[in-house]
Design a protein around this ligand. Structure first.
Ligand code: ADP
Length: 633
């Protein structure tokens, strides 16, 4: 119990550790992916931004360079010389037309001439309502610079037009001298720079860091670095950016990358956009062109890469988990199959053992059955032998009986015939006749014996014969006729009346023969009785019928009882009984599936009680009872 508990807790701990390890690995993978994706994105962006800034810088530079010499050429022109030397109407008009024409051809914004006192004398836009002619410019830095003999370069809002422009100025000297008579100025519009894609801002700062060109309008006239107070004042005094308030752009540098590019964030708050700022100096004038490439795409690409990595990682984890589960299941399956095989083998072995046991038991049983069969055969043989022996014994007994029975009449016959011969010789006819009559009666008796024997050995009788018991009894009474006169006959009512006949399975003659024997014996038994009485009862059951013949004679002596049914057993005097009646009767009953039983009756059957004699007399004369049982038909 504790063992499984501790194993479980170890497993849980292991799972937690694996979970945290996987989490750490996932975090590391995501971080690495982020870093790589970010780095790649930044590198590419840096390359693109560098190309863009270089391209834009060169375009701007070439534009500026193209106009760089225009004021100088202008300063050498005679019309310019003339109008600055003598600004009369003719010269002014000529100069105006010339400037107008030049301006149109050079695609400059405006071209004009400022006298040494700071007033504009001629301008390309002399016809327009916002003509520069007559306007004072002595405070403009490009005028100041040119009047100092240098080239003036300045970006600022126009004092009249209030449009931003780049001013290039050259001093104008009187031809052939060093007299500075005025300044020639070309104003360029650089607004096209601002037309760049606002999503990738482009801005140009002047030497003080003030953004004067920007594709994001709201960034314009802000500084990228704090403006010194003096500079701020001069910006106001020169009306460089009109009266716009110059405030710093809320831009913070997050990281400075290799090659000078910087990751900057513009604005405050968490959602402030980040850019990759790439700067290039224009050179002369001291401007800086800055391209700002937004980092959003890189961030989202890195995020996507991280998500993909996380998904791949999770998929791999799931795959590993699935694989582990599968492996465990396969292992489990293999184990259960092995267990099954072992169990199957064990079962087979057990079955084999059982089968062997059973075969052994079967063999034993077969042997026993054989032995039994042999014993049975032996028994049957012994039985047959016994039957044979008893038959032989019966035959011997019978032969002895017959010899005994026939010897006496034969001896008597011889002596009678010898006597008869002597009597005939003597001439005593009467005595001779008497002897011959005795001989005849003796032969009749011998015939009777052989007849009875014939009956005894008669062949099997038909078994399905049926006989009405009452009718058979009536025939028997008719045959016995005169012998029944002195006897009280008590016959069961079923056997007297004309009720439904009761049939038994027996041939009529055989039944009559049995009944004659039984009733004849009863008559013999009651011959010496004072009140002879014979009772004939019937017990008819559904399957069998009992016919009981009872008398009130002396009964059967105990020593005679076991031998009653033996052939030639008789207790009667010589000449009265052959001793075959009961033997034949029981054989007939047996032949038809019935029985014949003899017994002495227990209670006296004399209806009028023991008044006729003493109690001892009554006890002695219980009488005999023969019960013939036959199958009912
Ligand atoms: P038999 O009548 O010729 O003697 P049985 O076989 O009929 O031959 O009878 C055999 C013997 O059974 C008789 O000798 C007699 O002793 C005895 N016996 C038969 N019936 C009766 C009876 N009703 N009462 C007493 N004894 C009987």
């Amino acid at each position: 119990m504790t063992d499984s508990h501790s194993r479980e807790s170890v497993q849980v701990t292991r799972r937690i550790l694996v979970f945290f390890a996987l989490l750490a690995l996932l975090t590391a993978c995501c971080a690495l992916t982020w870093h790589i994706a970010w780095q790649r994105g930044i590198d590419e962006l840096r390359r693109n931004a560098a190309a863009r800034v270089d391209r834009t810088t060169s375009t701007l530079k070439s534009t500026l360079d193209r106009y760089e010499y225009l004021p100088y050429l202008l300063s050498r022109h005679p019309f310019v010389q003339d109008v600055l030397a003598a600004p009369d109407a003719r010269n002014v008009d000529r100069a105006n037309r010339y400037l107008e024409d030049l301006n149109r051809r050079s695609h400059a914004t405006a071209t004009y001439l400022i006298r040494a006192d700071g007033f504009c004398v001629a301008a390309s836009n002399w016809r327009g309502p916002d003509s520069f002619v007559g306007v004072e410019y002595h405070f403009r830095p490009y005028f100041v610079d040119a009047m100092k003999g240098g080239v003036g370069r300045f970006f600022g809002l126009g004092t009249i037009s209030l449009e931003p422009g780049y001013y290039i100025s050259q001093p104008v000297y009187r031809e052939g001298s060093h007299d500075l008579i005025g300044v020639a100025v070309v104003k360029l519009n650089l607004e096209w720079l601002q037309g760049a894609d606002a999503s990738e801002p482009l801005l140009v700062t002047d030497d003080h860091g003030v953004i004067f060109l920007s594709s994001v309008p709201s960034w314009k006239y802000h500084t990228v670095r704090p403006l010194p107070q003096s500079v701020e004042a001069s910006v106001y005094s020169t009306r460089q950016y009109a009266q716009q308030p110059i405030t710093p752009l809320p831009m913070s540098v997050v990281e400075t990358l290799e090659g000078g590019a910087q990751i900057v964030r513009v604005g405050g708050g968490l959602n402030a956009p980040s850019f990759l700022a790439t700067r290039r100096s224009i050179g002369e004038p001291d401007w800086q062109l800055i391209t700002m490439a937004p980092l959003d795409p890189i961030e989202s690409a890195a995020q996507t890469a991280v998500v993909v990595t996380a998904l791949v990682f999770l998929s791999l984890c799931l795959l590993a988990f699935y694989w582990r589960m599968r492996r465990a299941r396969v292992r489990e399956m293999i184990r259960s199959r092995e267990m099954l095989q072992t169990a199957y083998a064990e079962l087979n072995q057990r079955v084999a053992e059982r089968t062997a046991d059973l075969s052994q038991a079967n063999a034993q049983l077969t042997k026993e059955v054989n032995e039994r069969t042999r014993a049975e055969q032996d028994l049957r043989a012994a039985h047959d032998e016994l039957i044979q022996a008893s038959k032989l014994a019966a035959l011997g007994q019978m032969a002895a009986g017959i010899t005994h029975e026939l010897n006496q009449p034969l001896a008597a016959l011889r002596s009678f015939s010898d006597n008869t011969r002597v009597l005939i010789d003597r001439g005593d006819q009467a005595a001779a006749r008497e002897n011959l009559e005795a001989i005849a009666s003796l032969t009749e008796r011998m015939g009777k014996i052989t007849n009875q024997l014939k009956l005894f050995v008669a062949k099997a009788r038909p078994k399905n014969a049926r006989t009405d018991v009452a009718r058979a009894l009536r025939n028997v009474f008719a045959m016995l006729g005169p012998r029944l006169k002195n006897v009280t006959l008590d016959v069961a009512p079923e056997l007297e009346g004309d009720g439904a006949a009761i049939h038994v399975r027996c041939e009529d003659l055989r039944l009559e023969q049995v009944l004659i024997n039984l009733i004849g014996n009863a008559l013999d038994a009651v011959a010496s009785c004072d009140a002879p009485r014979i009772v004939i009862e019937l017990d008819a059951r559904p399957d069998a019928v009992e016919i009981i013949v009872r008398d009130n004679g002396p009964g059967i002596p105990a020593d005679a009882l076991p031998h009653l049914f033996e052939p030639f057993f008789t207790t009667k005097e010589t000449g009265h009984g052959l001793g075959l009646g009961l033997a034949i009767s029981s054989a007939i009953a047996r032949d038809y599936g019935g029985t014949l039983v003899a017994r002495n009756v227990v209670a006296p059957i004399v209806a009028d009680g023991p008044e006729g004699g003493t109690q001892a007399d009554a006890d002695r004369s219980h009488g005999a009872e023969f019960v013939l049982t036959l199958r009912r038909a």
